[in-house]
Design a protein around this ligand. Structure first.
Ligand SMILES: NC(=O)c1ccc[n+]([C@@H]2O[C@H](COP(=O)([O-])OP(=O)(O)OC[C@H]3O[C@@H](n4cnc5c(N)ncnc54)[C@H](OP(=O)(O)O)[C@@H]3O)[C@@H](O)[C@H]2O)c1
Length: 261
């Protein structure tokens, strides 16, 4: 199947970031993208780019192939009650609400339709999201179409819904975790002689390059680490000191604490 018309209900931080991703990657015609929120002035940049903006959720949903629910979790039920009459068994509903299950969404929709629960991260705004999603009542064709959609804004995976909380920790909290490493590296870099802005550029590009080595080569991190560590050299000295201070353990424990919170 091909997705022609997309509606995003709730053009806030995430909804607007996805809308911008759709427009900048020319995924569909701008006029086939509709974004809703109550404060329409906040959507004027999307209007200028050719998207339809409205506060009428039911009107916006009519005829859409995909409806993304990007309001706060406590508003999902109310928003679905506004649009449920115009949903059809073929409308693909993508819920972005953290903590809301596909079963909740199905119950509120009052009918069996294809439902995805998606968890992008904030890098979706620059087309570099890791988006994990689960699928309910979906065909392979619908899954491929939705994967294709999110793959154009980074990388996307379909996972079991029971892993959605784990995905939130690894992929959404993970953005903050990775940034905290970069901040610490910048502070180290400043202490050994760089100005903060230069240290930030060096640390950020270094982390990006390290991540790309894994994504492009498909190697285990330790294989790439071995390539940098000369026996008795500088890198292994730094790594062992970090491990001595608990680096790996702190990262693992941080993930566990976040997961069980
Ligand atoms: N931010 C993230 O990184 C992230 C990541 C993954 C998942 N999420 C999930 O994404 C959802 C949105 O998060 P967010 O950070 O983007 O929140 P947000 O900035 O508050 O955006 C939600 C938007 O919904 C609009 N809204 C409220 N009631 C509405 C209604 N009845 N009809 C249409 N629009 C309505 C609000 O605008 P008006 O007040 O103008 O209507 C608001 O701008 C949440 O469920 C969150 O759990 C967020």
């Amino acid at each position: 199947m091909t997705i022609h018309k997309i509606t995003i209900i709730g053009g806030g931080n995430l909804g607007s970031a996805i809308a911008n991703g759709i427009l900048s990657n020319q995924i569909i015609e701008p006029a086939h993208l509709t974004v809703t929120r109550r404060n329409l002035e906040a959507l004027s940049d999307l209007k200028e780019k050719g998207a339809i903006i409205t506060s009428e959720n039911a009107y916006a949903t009519q005829g859409a192939d995909v409806v993304m629910l990007a309001v706060k979790p406590y508003l999902i039920e109310a928003v679905i009650s506004e649009i449920r009459e115009v949903l059809t068994p073929n409308t693909i509903v993508i819920s972005l609400a953290t903590g809301t299950t596909s079963q909740d969404v199905e119950n509120w929709c009052g009918q069996k339709l294809p439902i995805f629960r998606a968890m992008p991260n904030t890098a979706i705004a620059i087309g570099e999201s890791m988006t994990c999603m689960s699928a309910k009542n979906t065909t392979k064709e619908q899954e491929d179409a939705v994967l294709k959609l999110f793959n154009q804004m980074g990388q996307a995976l379909i996972i079991d819904e029971s892993l959605m909380v784990a995905a939130t920790v690894l992929a959404s909290c993970g953005t903050a975790f990775a940034l905290r490493y970069i901040r610490a590296a910048v502070e180290g870099g400043v202490q050994i002689g760089f100005k903060a802005d230069v240290a930030t550029q060096i640390a950020a590009q270094t982390v990006k390059g390290a991540a790309d080595l894994l994504l492009k080569n498909g190697n285990h991190p330790e294989v790439e680490i071995d390539r940098v560590t000369t026996p008795g050299g500088v890198t292994i000295t730094g790594l062992n000191e970090m491990e001595n201070k608990g680096l790996s353990s702190a990262v693992i424990q941080g993930h566990l604490k976040a997961y069980y919170k």
